[in-house]
Design a protein around this ligand. Structure first.
Ligand code: SF4
Length: 157
C-alpha cells in the first residue's frame, strides 16, 4: 500500500512564552524563526481547510490528525484559537482529530473551554522533577515553573 499522510503538524505560533536554555528552536544559534510569520491566521486556516478537503477526496483515509504546535500554540489566545480550529474543521468535522503540544503555562478557563469545544487532545511538555525543570524558564524571570505546569495540566484533565 502506498504511504499517505495521516498527521499534519501546524505551527500556530512561532514565538514561545518560555525561553528554555536547551531549546533547539531559539537557543542553539538558528534564528530563522525570527523571519517566519508569528501567528497562524484565520486566512491560513481557510486555505488549510480547503487543502485538507482536496486531500481527503483523493487519499484512501477517512480522517486526518492535526497537531497544533509552536513555539507555543496557546499564544494565539482563546478567541483566535477558537476561530482557527472552527475554520480548519468547517465541513469536515467528522474527518479531523485535533491535538496540541503545549507547555501549558498559558492555560486558563477560556482556553480550556475552547480545547473542550473542539475535542483537542493535548500533550504537555514537562521535563521531569523540579531539578530537571531548572532550564525551563521565562524570558525575563529565572524562575522554575513546574508547579504552574502541573496545576494547569491538572485543570486540563
Ligand atoms: S517550551 Fe518548548 S518551544 Fe518554548 S522555549 Fe521551551 S523548548 Fe522551546
Amino acid at each position: 500500500m502506498d504511504n499517505y499522510i495521516s498527521t499534519l503538524i501546524v505551527k500556530f505560533a512561532s514565538p514561545c512564552n518560555l525561553n528554555c536554555t536547551y531549546c533547539y528552536e531559539y537557543n542553539t544559534g538558528d534564528d530563522s524563526w525570527k523571519r517566519k510569520p508569528k501567528f497562524f491566521t484565520s486566512e491560513n486556516a481557510k486555505y488549510l481547510n480547503e487543502r485538507i478537503q482536496e486531500y481527503l477526496n483523493i487519499a484512501p483515509i477517512s480522517k486526518v490528525n492535526l497537531i497544533g504546535h509552536g513555539g507555543e500554540p496557546l499564544l494565539l489566545g482563546a478567541e483566535k484559537l477558537d476561530i482557527v480550529l472552527s475554520t480548519i474543521k468547517e465541513g469536515i468535522e467528522e474527518k479531523i482529530n485535533f491535538g496540541m503540544q503545549t507547555n501549558a503555562v498559558l492555560v486558563n478557563t477560556d482556553i480550556i473551554e475552547v480545547l473542550k469545544k473542539h475535542n483537542v487532545k493535548c500533550g504537555v511538555s514537562i521535563d521531569g522533577n523540579s531539578n530537571h525543570n531548572k532550564s525551563r524558564v521565562f524570558h525575563n524571570l529565572p524562575t522554575m515553573i513546574l508547579s504552574m505546569d502541573i496545576k494547569n495540566f491538572m485543570r486540563m484533565i
